[in-house]
Structure formats: structure tokens, C-alpha cells
Design a protein around this ligand. Sequence first.
Ligand code: 3SL
Length: 243
Amino acid sequence: MGNVLDTRNRVEVCFTPEEYHNFKEEFDIVVVIDVLRATTAICTAISKGVKSIIPVRSIDEAKKYKSKGFLVGAERKGEIVEGFDFGNSPYTYINTDYADKEIVLTTTNGTKALDIAKNAETVLVGSLINIDSLNNLLSNKKSNVLCLCSGWQSKFNLEDTICAGAIVDFLISTGNFTSIEDSSIASKYLYLSAKDNYLGYLKSSSHRRRLINLNLNEDIKYCLTPNQTDVIPILKNGKIIKL
Ligand code: 3SL
């Protein structure tokens, strides 16, 4: 018998922004994930009516926007950078009404991943808080999907990988997608081990420890609580807006 052509689309996982160059040519849709906390904060902001978020990579760029009068959030190593309006907590957008505002944001890893992926045909913002809505949208696409984990300073992290695994698991279950990379298979199995208790599973993960040391336990709980919004942010022409 000859080879049967596999018409399924691919869903794969890239563990860090540094590995993105190995994947980028084959994927039309890139989902950028930074569960703790950048993409969760962005999903929250857009779901609370923020008009757009301009992600920038460096503090210098952020400063330029600040000097022009923009509202600017800046985080490095979990902390608010002095001189900016706020940091990277999703509660920023829950506790204060920034509806219809344009916000500039720079974070340690999340906005770097967004910058690296910016030339993909479609760049979506993923997190656990919008996971079902995102999965439903992706399952209707006839495109290869890459989950780009932001990681931590060029290293693998658990929370982004688990979120990516939730996407792989769901899309594979539709029968219309397949994965061939070990990173995707590993992500799926990590997700299956973690899905009943994200908080417990991530108890000793490096970034959870980092955030606990900064008294950010409420942020962690929020970021690890799935399906708090249906909103899917998309990066278009340098701005993140509601799809
Ligand atoms: O790395 C990032 O982009 C941030 O999400 C890190 S933090 O959660 O704000 O510490």
C-alpha cells in the first residue's frame, strides 16, 4: 500500500523564544503564552475593556512612550520598574478602570516572546484564563498552530508548557490536528498530570517560588484559574487588541 497523505494540521510547542527560529517557517498561527503573568495580564486587560496594548521589549523603549504621555506598565524579575505606572499584575486591570485606554507594556519574558513572534501571520495571546475559548477558535482553523512558551530568561518553564499542553491535548482530540515534535508530546503529558490541580502541581516551580517571595500569591491563584474570560487578544500592527 502507498503512503496515505496526512491532511491534518500540526500543533506543536516551542519551549522558549530562543528556539522559535527552528519552528517559525512552518506555522501560520502562533499562540504566545506566559501564564505567570504577562499573557494572563494582557487577557485580563483586554477583557476589562482596555482598547489596546503595545508590547515593547526594552525599558528604554517603554521610557520613550512614558515621556510621550502614555500609560506604561513595566516589570522586571517580577517587580514594578521604578518610574512606571504599574507592573505586570492582572489585578491592575481589575482594581482600576482602564477601559478604552491604550497601554504600553514591557515584561521580562512575555513581551520578548511577542516581539519574536510578531511577523507570524497570526499572533494570538493565550493563557489558562482564556483556554477553552482559545481552543474552540483554534479547532476551527485549518492552519498549523505553534504554542510559543515565554519561559524564564531563555529557560523552559512548567506553567507555560502545561498551558501549551492543554492546547495540544484539545486540538489532537478533535482528530484534525497532529503533533510530531517531542516537545508537544511532553507538554501534553505534563498537562494531563497537572490539569486537576494546577496550583499543587506548580507548587515548587521556579517562577511560583519567585512570585511567592514577592507576596504575589493572589496573582498566582488568579493566573492558574482557568476560563475566566472568552476574550482572545490578537497582535495586529504592533498592538494587541480584542479579536
Ligand atoms: O516574564 C514575564 O514576562 C512576566 O510575566 C514575569 S512576572 O510574572 O511579571 O514576574
